[in-house]
Design a protein around this ligand. Structure first.
Ligand code: A2P
Length: 327
């Protein structure tokens, strides 16, 4: 398998390399692309040195690339993903550019792997906060999902190196360069741009992508997305209203058995999912599972996952693995 990484010098790009080194995708050759700023940079992969190339319109021509993992921003994906697909490359795109396009499957491998079969050259990786909510919601599907409310607590690594820098520099007393306000000692209810209706684009992504992945186009979903001074791993509170009654202990057992989910819910011992513990892992951690007594059949969940791994790089590599395993 000849694999290309677009955005190879970024935070997600670097994690693509790490995840690919850990897993067995059957890579025979690797091609690394980034902007002109990084052209010529050397990168080590499994003991071999690779040179980063500047991405251009000819990057995919006649190079026999099977799969390209993109994480270089929406503008780059909008322009270059179709050029790659035209050359027969299967693009797995981490940006938001193609997620809601009707010809583009939006995939969390534990939840809707069959969707990849509909691809026309581009498959989208969902938003990081959305990804970690999908397997827990899928586990509740049998009770009938009536309404979903998300509140997110998102790490600065979700903004790439620039976000990490704002937190690191802020801790030294320096002013922010990326966020509109200081992130140290603050929670910023502002991720991505504001839309006309007062929601942010990040909140809209969570609403639209949840409906698409679960195949419930009319599901009532609302979200508030907040950037918090945490270096890595997103936490999301999910409130779910269900159509039918459930037994809370049975739901816990079902979550514990869900592929890709680890139940951490022993409150008597102060055990629940935490960002520091999730960092470096590929699973979604779920805890604080409890009945919402304000409605007839409601449930509250707390989920934590590494937003750069499961929320981006690992999920994309798992999509690629569906093909290497011959799906
Ligand atoms: P570069 O390092 O050369 O700027 P992050 O999200 O961590 O900031 O990473 C963004 C990634 O996307 C980097 O690898 C960056 O490359 C790459 N990138 C940004 N703009 C472009 C572009 N116009 N063409 C190709 N790669 C780009």
């Amino acid at each position: 398998m000849r694999v290309a990484i677009v955005g190879a010098t970024g935070l997600v790009g670097g994690t693509f390399l790490k995840v690919l080194e850990e897993r067995d995708l059957g890579i025979t050759d690797l091609l690394l692309f980034a902007s002109s700023r990084s052209a010529g940079k050397k990168v080590n992969f499994r003991g071999k040195e690779y040179t980063v190339e500047e991405l251009n319109e000819d990057s995919f021509k006649g190079r026999g690339i099977d799969i390209a993992l993109f994480s270089a921003g929406g503008g780059t994906s909008l322009k270059y993903a179709p050029l790659a697909a035209q050359e027969g490359v299967l693009v797995i795109d981490n940006s938001s550019a193609w997620r809601m396009h009707e010809d583009v499957p939006l995939v969390v491998p534990e939840v809707n792997p069959e969707a990849v079969l509909q691809h026309k050259g581009i498959i989208a990786n969902p938003n990081c906060s959305t990804i970690q909510c999908m397997a827990p919601l899928k586990a509740l599907e049998k009770y009938g999902i009536k309404r979903v409310i998300y509140s997110t607590y998102q790490a600065v690594s979700g903004t790439g190196y620039k976000g990490v820098q704002d937190l690191e520099e802020g801790l030294k007393g320096n002013p922010p360069k990326t966020y509109p306000h200081q992130i140290v000692n603050n929670c910023l209810p502002h991720i991505d741009v504001f839309l006309e209706d007062g929601y942010t684009k990040e909140e809209k992504k969570m609403v639209d992508e949840t409906r698409k992945i679960l195949g419930l186009p009319n599901l009532p979903v609302t979200a508030t997305c907040v950037r918090v001074p945490v270096m890595n791993s997103h936490s999301v509170f999910i409130n779910v209203e269900l159509e039918n009654d459930f037994d809370i202990e049975e739901v816990k057992r079902e979550l514990a058995q869900t592929n890709g989910v680890v139940l951490l819910d022993r409150v008597a011992e102060n055990i629940y999912p935490l960002a520091n513990d999730a960092t470096g892992k590929d699973e979604v951690f779920v805890g604080r599972v409890r009945r919402d007594n304000s409605v007839k059949y409601g449930i509250n969940l707390w989920t934590v996952a590494d937003n750069i791994r499961k929320g981006a790089a690992t999920n994309a590599v798992q999509i690629a693995e569906l093909f290497s395993k011959g799906m």
